[in-house]
Design a protein around this ligand. Structure first.
Ligand SMILES: [Zn+2]
Length: 250
């Protein structure tokens, strides 16, 4: 059977607090065999760690999301480093830049993002990046960095930016959003992203109409993406699984 990996989701979210085991079970039945669970703020980290301890197929990611750069404890960066040293297979995420929020805190966003990138380089861990309408900021920061393994989750940049980002070490992940026929820009990028740098994700619990999204839906995304790109589901799933071994170092 096809082995799938949901490269970006949030199983620690309170939307799953009553039935996370059932949600995982349903996803396993649909072929999802690896889950990359992203913490977004300090209070998430312990929950993510516990899930990863309980389920060996959950890859934990720890980070500060751009929405939460204002509420940091004094020693957040040290705590993050300790956690990563303790968890050898952990990645850094979800981190990033977002221009679409009311209270932008540009300086804090960039500062927190840069610090986490530095940590990723020092500890040699892949990073999971959220970038919403902040491509100028992102490119400015990455231009001064040597290439590093990074995932641009739910990629919403242009198809033209794929090439320069590839040179910087980027992988591209697409969620159910990209399958919306009105989303021409995302579909163009989805077709252009090379197979050896491609991932799919549910970003559960968010997105997909107004209902709670869950990792079992990854199978539908696989089908939609295969159709759009003109690949078979099997070859797509196999390539993505191989990408995950290379990217996550597992
Ligand atoms: Zn996310």
């Amino acid at each position: 059977m096809t082995k799938l990996i949901d490269i970006h989701l949030h199983l620690q979210d309170k939307a799953f607090s009553d039935d996370v085991d059932v949600v995982i079970e349903r996803a396993l039945k649909n072929g999802v065999k690896r889950f990359v669970c992203n913490g977004t703020r300090e209070k998430d980290w312990l929950k993510v760690q516990k899930l990863a301890e309980q389920y060996p197929f959950i890859v934990p990611c720890y980070g500060i999301h751009p929405w939460y750069v204002k509420k940091l404890s004094e020693n957040w960066l040290e705590k993050l480093e300790e956690l990563l040293i303790e968890n050898k297979n952990a990645c850094i995420g979800e981190i990033g830049l977002d221009k679409c929020i009311k209270d932008k805190n540009e300086t804090a966003q960039k500062d927190v993002f840069r610090k986490q990138l530095d940590l990723a380089k020092r500890l040699k861990r892949p990073v999971m990046i959220h970038c919403v309408q902040a491509w100028g900021w992102l490119m400015d920061i990455l231009r001064n960095e040597s290439p590093l393994p990074m995932l641009l989750h739910s990629y919403s940049g242009s198809a033209e930016m794929i090439k320069p980002l590839l040179d910087m070490g980027a992988y591209f992940s697409f969620s159910g959003y990209a399958l919306n026929k009105n989303n021409k820009k995302m579909q163009e990028s989805l077709k252009k992203a090379p197979l050896d740098r491609l991932f799919i994700e549910t970003d559960s619990p968010s997105m997909l109409h107004s209902k709670r999204n869950e990792p079992a839906n990854l199978l539908l995304i696989l089908q939609g993406v295969a159709e759009l790109r003109g690949e078979t589901e099997e070859e797509l799933a196999l390539a993505i699984w191989e990408n995950s071994e290379r990217f996550l170092n597992v």
